[in-house]
Design a protein around this ligand. Structure first.
Ligand code: HSE
Length: 407
């Protein structure tokens, strides 16, 4: 079987490498060998095993009927969207790792693939090497999904782990993540939560069968997390994770990406470094958790190859359930209930009564040598918290706190 790879960066070269490493076992599973016929890239790669397969013109792939499946690992939407569309139009299935593409154009591309009798698959776009798109699409079909909570960004999980375990500050931890190749070209997409936002939008679209506009999802990143926040979390016996979550309550849908303090009883508490995990609650099966390498060359390539095999095994038959273009209405965060940890300036002894009068305080803590303290509230809505907190002077920062796994 002939495939083409568009984009010979980290993931694309990982796909080529992994197809070689597992050539025999893939051939056994598929009944035929998989050969990379073309690699599309702007660059040449002299001395590389793919040097003779490099093409710079996408139409070479579009017009070659021998190429059945195309891997898209270019990233971004330009020109990935145009190229993927051309491949689907030409009757070729596409396997992509590109969450920006799926989050922005997934609805249209899924429908186009259905129309053309081919597959548009994107396992690697969420959770790197973790199978989550396929299980949600094909294994949890007896369930209605009630809640999804994920650590969906390896870079920020790595950064938060470094800060928690080694006392690093944000900038040093980010530099280390970049030097290890975890962060995207533009680290702001990772550290400001946009990468996780696109991923939870994709999972939520799969769960509820409507398009989720990722810009509707309230998103906070981790660039504001400080060593002091980590010290408070430690004192409270908790860990700070960037959680991407969505939830259905009655007929309403909520979604958010934000740093959250969770305790050891939470299933995501022990997820460290570049690992990702996704906790999904079905109304029949209850909570299910998926854990693995959320980023990285070979794990992500593994997910892409699984899609290539799925597309090859299902020629002429679309395996992805599609979602429609009617937007899933995401409620504003105001009515979401959660606990809050608020840092305030001043001495705890002087302000304790004032704080307790303003907020349902469960715990008050201070750190030695700092002219500030923190208050952990009981569960309350975002709107109620903001109203109460606005009456308190000297606000330093706020982090949400979650006690349980799924609700
Ligand atoms: N930058 C992403 C992450 C890569 O850190 O999770 C995988 O999508």
């Amino acid at each position: 079987m002939k495939v083409a790879v568009m984009g010979y960066g980290t993931i694309g070269s990982g796909v080529v490498e992994a197809l070689e490493i597992n050539r025999d076992s893939i051939a056994l599973k598929l009944g035929r060998e998989v050969d990379v016929k073309y690699v599309l890239d702007l660059r040449d790669f002299p001395g590389d095993p793919v040097q003779d397969k490099i093409v710079h013109d996408v139409s070479v792939i579009v017009n070659d009927p021998e190429v059945e499946i195309v891997v898209e690992t270019m990233g971004g939407t330009k020109p990935a969207y145009e190229y993927v569309k051309a491949m689907l139009m030409a009757g070729k299935s596409v396997a992509t790792s590109n969450k920006a593409l799926v989050a922005a154009h997934g609805t249209e591309l899924l429908h186009l693939a259905r129309e053309k009798g081919v597959n548009f698959l994107f396992e690697a776009s969420v959770g790197g090497g973790i199978p989550i798109v396929r299980p949600m699409n094909t294994s949890m079909t007896g369930d209605k999904i009630e809640e999804i909570i994920g650590i969906l960004n390896g870079t920020t999980n790595f950064i938060l782990t470094k800060m928690e375990m080694e006392g690093a500050n944000f900038e040093d931890a980010l530099r280390e993540a970049q030097s290890l190749g975890y962060a995207e070209r533009d680290p702001s997409a990772d550290v400001e939560g946009q990468d996780a936002c696109r991923k939870i939008a994709i999972l939520t679209s799969i769960a509820y069968r409507h398009e989720v506009d990722y810009t509707d999802i309230y998103t906070e990143g981790v660039s504001g997390i400080t060593p002091e926040d980590m010290a408070y979390a430690k004192k409270l016996g908790r860990s700070i994770k960037l959680l991407a979550s969505s939830r259905k309550v009655g007929d309403r849908y909520y979604a958010m990406v934000a740093p959250v303090m969770i305790g050891p009883e939470h299933p995501l508490y022990g997820v460290r470094d570049v690992y990702n995990a996704i906790l999904v609650k079905g109304n029949i099966s209850g909570p299910m958790m998926f854990y693995g390498c959320g980023a990285g060359k070979l794990p992500t390539a593994g997910a892409v190859i699984a899609d290539v095999i799925a597309a090859a095994r299902n020629k002429g038959h679309g395996v992805m359930s599609i979602w429609d273009s009617q937007k899933l209405p995401i409620e504003p965060k105001d009515e979401m209930k959660i606990k809050f940890f608020l840092r305030l300036q001043g001495r705890l002894e002087d302000r304790a009564d004032q704080v307790k009068a303003a907020l349902p305080a469960e715990e008050l803590v201070s750190l030695d040598g700092l002219d500030e303290f923190g208050v952990l509230t009981g569960s309350m809505t975002e709107a109620a918290f903001e109203k109460a907190a606005s009456g308190l002077e000297g606000r330093i920062s706020m982090i949400r706190v979650k006690e349980t796994g799924v609700n």
